[in-house]
Design a protein. Structure first.
Length: 293
């Protein structure tokens, strides 16, 4: 599953690179005056600047920042969809393993329950398998191991989701870098024009600053929202798994077995017998062959 996700990510990067080439080539070969209208793709996907002779040229660093943010946006979107799919309740607590394990534990088939849990690599199966292996140590040890296993599995899954948090934190920084770079270009055009720069020359640097900021926010906002939603789903799933496993290991609780055992008949309710020989002795009941001796 992970290898398939990596291959799809590389395919998406290749498609983005091809799209970049298709958009940049016409802009680089364009000989139209800088004051002419620009298309939507030219404005939001390619950074250009106006030359003093009225021509436009591609600003490669600004364009690179834009497409780096677009690639990060595609990666974060794909990761969000994958994490949403993998954190469904049916994927974390699959019914095809929960049902058999419950039946085996109820009928005393502990080895079969351990084997079914070992074959289940979900959140539920991992925690349950680790818990059942500790059954010889008692119910208290099983509860402690269950909580530790749930915490470890939760931390492992949260570390994967941290990718979205990282993208959401770095994307605005990359956009801010493009903003600063665009403003530097704008001020350089003022200096090169001797303090009387044409607004058209300023527009290239300012456009780079605004577009990179735009893409930084486009990447950061969905990534942080997806991180918060998926993180809450994992934490809720951890609580659900702990509750489910706790319910399954209840038969191992000695206090529960004592409370469910039938109460002993009080001594006062036993009717006295006048003839002590009318009832067989305990030893005779245990060994009937000794009754004739």
């Amino acid at each position: 599953m992970i290898d398939m996700g990596i291959r799809r990510a590389w395919v998406m990067v290749g498609v983005l690179g091809l799209t970049l080439g298709l958009l940049v080539a016409p802009a680089e070969a364009s000989q139209e005056p800088a004051s002419s209208s620009r298309s939507f793709a030219d404005a939001f996907f390619v950074s250009t600047r106006a030359m003093p002779d009225g021509q436009r040229s591609v600003e490669w660093l600004g364009t690179g920042i834009i497409w780096l943010l677009i690639a990060a946006s595609a990666a974060s979107l794909g990761a969000t969809l994958y994490f949403v799919w993998s954190t469904q309740s049916s994927a974390l607590i699959p019914s095809q393993s929960r049902g058999p394990v419950s039946r085996f534990l109820a009928t005393g088939g502990y080895r079969k329950a351990i084997r079914v849990a070992a074959e289940d690599h979900s959140f539920f199966g991992t925690v349950l398998h680790t818990t059942l292996l500790t059954a010889p140590k008692g119910h208290a040890a099983m509860v402690m191991v269950m909580e530790d296993a749930a915490d470890e599995e939760t931390a492992r899954r949260l570390r994967k989701v941290d990718f979205l948090n990282l993208v959401g934190q770095l994307a605005p920084m990359a956009g801010l870098f493009g903003t600063v770079y665009g403003m530097i270009l704008a001020f350089q055009s003022i200096v090169s024009a001797g303090g009387n720069a044409d607004p058209v020359l300023l527009a290239g640097g300012i456009g780079t600053a605004l577009v990179t900021t735009f893409w930084g926010l486009v990447v950061a906002i969905p990534a942080l929202m997806g991180y918060a939603v998926i993180r809450n789903r994992i934490l809720n799933a951890s609580e659900a798994v702990v509750a489910e496993v706790t319910n399954l290991i209840r038969p191992f609780d000695p206090d529960l077995r004592k409370s469910s055992a039938p109460p002993a008949k009080p001594a006062s309710s036993i009717e006295p017998s006048g003839d002590s020989t009318s009832e067989p002795s305990t030893e005779t009941q245990r060994n009937p062959t000794m009754a004739g001796d």
